[in-house]
Design a protein around this ligand. Structure first.
Ligand SMILES: Cc1cc2nc3c(=O)[nH]c(=O)nc-3n(C[C@H](O)[C@H](O)[C@H](O)COP(=O)(O)OP(=O)(O)OC[C@H]3O[C@@H](n4cnc5c(N)ncnc54)[C@H](O)[C@@H]3O)c2cc1C
Length: 410
């Protein structure tokens, strides 16, 4: 029998030593862990944002409880593409879970014209979320966090002394609560946060290498522009399979299966060969539209609506927000988190919103602008993390990028 309603008294963060490393899951005893424990931070959700926050907090000497309602290893609908800029923000080396390295792009417009570009350096490193998230969860435990999967948070409370939450029926208190519970989580809703977040939606599935010509897809990210509206389709290579997906505005939801089938047909994949077909929302925050924290509650990753509106990527933003949230908590400056996050992400997100607007309205012109090898150099730099913003482009890359910026305003 599980013991209910154990109360943990909030602890003072300063001067604490990290807790001992533990195996990631101690299932079946969610109340016992917090009996005499005091937590500096309760992190709700163990996706990339939550585990990265827990790793950084535990390394900084905080007592951390990381909980997730799912039992790990668990999967999450995602293309599993790790850009270079995401890897730069990761809390640890992710090489052990990288399955395939992409250094080539094939871009096609509405299943018509296409071009290919390649790069000497890796553009995207491919993983599977089942592996990435399990690995990060383990790293959180190694760093000293208490980690509990299969433990759902059903309620949160906060006052001037700390926060409280019901974790699998047990009352847990901590100094700070980090909402890392994704696009459909409860923390933002209960804390009255999340205004100004708009949603996209994406659907993906896998196909064995045996069902496609591997030579066409190895080391190549195929991007199908302009379908569905407000997004694109993709084929990403993984270790023993390829991942096919489509994403766009939320209103495209009812048509996504059809879009996925069309994508599969264009790549000679029989719709029945697709397995593990799953969809999920993409929460996108308009710059300055919502606050990622209130009082002792901070939001990170998808819970804060940080998905990039152009690419639909969110792992870079998950890792970046995790780092900044951990710094704010360890530095005792919770109020500084919102400004730090805006400083790190809003400039780039603003450019992504503009490019998305241009693409929505003038896909063909954007496609032609993107054909310029100089523009590809900038895109590669953005993915690799060596370029922070398209405005940093020089020389011959500038005119086509200026055209895209003008089209966004047209
Ligand atoms: C189809 C698709 C393809 C994508 N492809 C890419 C890509 O290739 N590259 C990229 O960078 N991004 C991609 N993204 C975006 C990326 O998946 C997300 O941005 C990323 O998962 C955000 O991580 P997170 O930790 O914030 O949230 P999540 O990964 O969603 O994790 C949230 C966690 O919170 C837990 N949780 C929820 N509620 C509770 C609760 N009440 N109590 C306890 N736990 C709870 C959940 O079980 C979950 O484990 C894609 C998204 C989709 C939908």
């Amino acid at each position: 029998m599980r013991r209910k309603a154990e109360i943990v008294i909030a602890a003072n963060l300063r001067g604490r030593r990290p807790t001992r490393s533990r195996p990631p899951s101690r299932r079946g005893a969610p109340a016992a862990y917090n009996r005499f424990m005091a937590y500096d931070a309760l992190v709700v959700g163990a996706g990339p944002a939550g585990s990265a926050t827990a790793i950084r907090l535990a390394r900084g000497g905080a007592r951390v409880l990381l909980v997730d309602r799912a039992r790990f290893p668990r999967d999450k609908p995602c293309g599993g593409g790790l850009t270079g800029r995401a890897l730069r923000q990761a809390p640890c080396d992710l090489t052990p879970v990288v399955e395939h390295v992409v250094d080539r792009f094939r871009l096609r417009l509405r299943y018509g014209r296409q071009f290919e570009r390649s790069c000497k350096l890796p553009l995207i490193q491919m993983t599977q979320r089942r592996r990435l998230d399990q690995y990060l969860l383990e790293q959180a435990a190694v760093a000293g966090a208490d980690v509990h999967d299969g433990a759902r948070v059903t309620e949160i409370r906060q006052d001037e002394h700390g926060v409280g939450a019901d974790v699998d029926g047990a009352a847990v208190a901590a100094r700070v609560l980090v909402g890392a519970d994704g696009a459909n989580g409860i923390v933002a809703r209960v804390a009255g946060l999340g205004a100004g977040i708009v949603h996209g939606v994406a659907l993906e599935g896998n196909v064995d290498w045996g069902s496609v010509d591997p030579e066409l897809y190895r080391h190549t990210a195929v991007v199908e522009l302009g379908q569905p509206a407000g997004g694109y389709g993709w084929v990403f290579p993984k270790g023993d399979h390829a991942n096919l997906g489509v994403g766009g505005w939320a209103r495209e939801g009812p048509a996504l299966r059809e879009h996925l089938q069309r994508l599969a047909a264009h790549h000679d994949v029989a719709p029945r060969a697709l397995t593990d077909v799953r969809g999920h929302r993409l929460p996108m925050r308009r710059p300055g539209a919502s606050v990622p924290g209130r009082g002792r509650v901070l939001l990170v990753g998808d819970a804060a609506g940080l998905v990039d509106p152009l690419s639909g990527d969110g792992i870079y933003e998950a890792f970046t927000s995790a780092r900044l949230a951990a710094e704010a908590i360890l530095g005792g400056d919770l109020d500084g988190y919102a400004a730090a996050l805006a400083g790190a992400l809003d400039h780039h997100a603003g450019a992504s919103w503009a490019a998305k607007r241009a693409l929505d309205r003038h896909a063909a012109a954007c496609f032609w602008a993107a054909r310029s090898p100089r523009v590809f150099g900038v895109v590669a730099g953005l993915l690799q993390g060596s370029v922070g913003h398209p405005g940093e482009a020089h020389g011959l890359a500038r005119p086509p990028l200026k055209l895209i910026a003008r089209l966004a305003r047209a």
